[in-house]
Design a protein around this ligand. Structure first.
Ligand code: ASP
Length: 459
């Protein structure tokens, strides 16, 4: 573009005055370029003199090669500059509450979250969001090429057990009734297998109302998938291949420690690494080392001491491991007799000591599923009320099926070398579930509550 006249739009990133000459770095999502205002173009120079950081401008100018001695090898655009010929100030800006030119790690997180739209202007954050897009796009393309169909499932739905508390939404039309926000699309994806869709995926939002525990968000994103007639290896092999390709394409500087990813049994993981999510890296300080692994063969149930009852290690839809030549009747007898001794066709996906996903082959026999619900302490009427739709669907010709869900926020966090998932989510909430920018949760009008047949008890 040397000597061409161009028009640029963007933000004033910084300004320097050198003697009489004014230098502006103009910034957009793709980078920065130096713009020069010299006093011989008096009108524009005077307007340029007013510019302050973060103002939004339109600049017309001519691209000039910088003299060799003035080149800046640190900037991709460092060999050129724009000689300003026209300037329009499109909007002015207050002084930002914090410096946007740093990585932001020195700024209090509450302030960053309150002004998230400014925080996202900093290069580190903008890069995280763009890489998030690249990763999700890669996943969509890869799975589409492998015959998967992306399907949206409802957000207003009924409780699905993933072991957390539900967020619930009151129904206006049916007083006293509530929807639940999905903890995962688990039941829908299984029903899509009954529907004959064969291979489903979704970049799915999940909602879990958990107490503040480490780096969690009340809503988070999963890559959720399900397929029919799979072996466990079909699912693990697909994920392994997906990640190998993804890393090669988007993070060529990173090295996968071992491929195929090791499959470690749950028992070995506990015995050898004292963890069901072992960190297999050689050098834990090297951000470019990626140690993926699958942990397989989990127990089916765990005993919950506080509630004095059995709980599912994964979720109730997980398939128990059959012993050799065992019939379903024999299996049911066996797990009823000694729930603690049965194993599941369940697997976790681990990266650098973090659990980044999990899944299982599923139960598709109604009577086995009923048995599991009974062992978990559900009464017969409850089972019909909560899971009747699934049990019924399984009576209309259900293919064996299985799947997995991956925690995308965590995966992107690790790949971007970030310490928290909040750094890779555009508008995250605080650890205690607040949106400091929108100020949510918030009170609502009396009228809204009345419409919903709700009275609140304020403590
Ligand atoms: N729904 C499960 C979860 O969110 C994943 C799966 O079993 O596919 O952990």
């Amino acid at each position: 573009h040397i000597n061409k006249e161009i028009t640029l739009y963007g933000w004033v990133d910084s300004r320097r005055d050198h003697g009489k000459i004014i230098f502006i770095d103009l910034r957009d999502r793709t980078g920065k370029v130096q713009v020069v205002f010299s006093p011989d173009k008096k009108k524009i120079y005077e307007l340029g003199n007013k510019l302050r950081t973060e103002w939004v401008v339109e600049i017309k100018g001519v691209v000039k090669a910088r003299p060799k001695s003035m080149e800046n090898p640190k900037m991709p655009t460092g060999k050129i500059e724009i000689e300003a010929r026209g300037l329009k100030i499109l909007s002015q800006a207050l002084t930002p509450p914090f410096d946007l030119s740093t990585d932001g790690k020195d700024v209090k997180e509450e302030v960053r979250l309150k002004y998230r739209y400014l925080d996202l202007r900093r290069e580190r954050l903008s890069k995280n969001i763009i890489y998030r897009h690249k990763i999700i796009k890669f996943i969509r393309d890869f799975l589409s090429a492998h015959g998967f169909v992306e399907v949206e499932t409802p957000i207003l739905t009924k409780s699905t057990p993933e072991g957390a508390r539900d967020y619930i939404v009151p129904s206006r039309l049916e007083p006293g009734k509530f929807y639940a926000l999905p903890q995962s699309p688990q039941q829908y994806k299984q029903l899509l297998m009954v529907a004959g869709l064969e291979r489903y995926f979704q970049i799915a939002r999940c909602f879990r109302d958990e107490d503040t525990r480490g780096d969690r968000q009340p809503e988070f994103t999963q890559l959720d998938l399900e397929m029919d007639f799979p072996t466990q290896e079909d699912i693990l092999g697909l994920i392994e291949n997906l990640f190998k390709r993804l890393i090669e394409k988007i993070y060529p500087e990173k090295k996968i420690k071992q491929y195929p990813f090791p499959r470690i049994s749950y028992e070995d993981a506990i015995e050898k690494y004292k963890s069901d999510k072992p960190d297999l890296r050689n050098d834990k300080n090297d951000p470019n080392e990626l140690a993926f692994a699958f942990v397989v063969g989990f127990p089916l149930f765990e005993f919950k001491k506080e509630e004095k009852k059995w709980g599912a290690v994964h979720h109730p839809f997980t398939r128990p491991k059959f012993e050799k030549d065992e019939t379903i009747e024999q299996l049911i007898e066996r797990i009823k007799k000694d729930p603690g001794k049965s194993f599941a066709d369940q697997y976790d996906f681990v990266l650098n000591g973090c659990e980044i996903g999990g899944g299982s082959l599923r139960i598709y026999e109604p009577k086995l599923l009923e048995t599991i619900f009974e062992i978990l302490g559900h009464k017969k009427e409850d089972i019909a009320e909560k899971f009747g739709h699934l049990l019924k669907a399984f009576k209309y010709g259900v293919p064996p099926h299985g799947g997995i869900a991956l925690g995308l926020d965590r995966i992107i966090m690790i790949l971007q070398d970030e310490p928290s998932i909040r750094e890779v989510i555009a508008f995250p909430k605080t650890g205690d579930g607040k949106d400091l920018m929108m100020n949510a949760p918030a009170e609502v009008d009396e009228k809204q509550l009345k419409d919903l047949h709700i009275k609140t008890l304020k403590s």
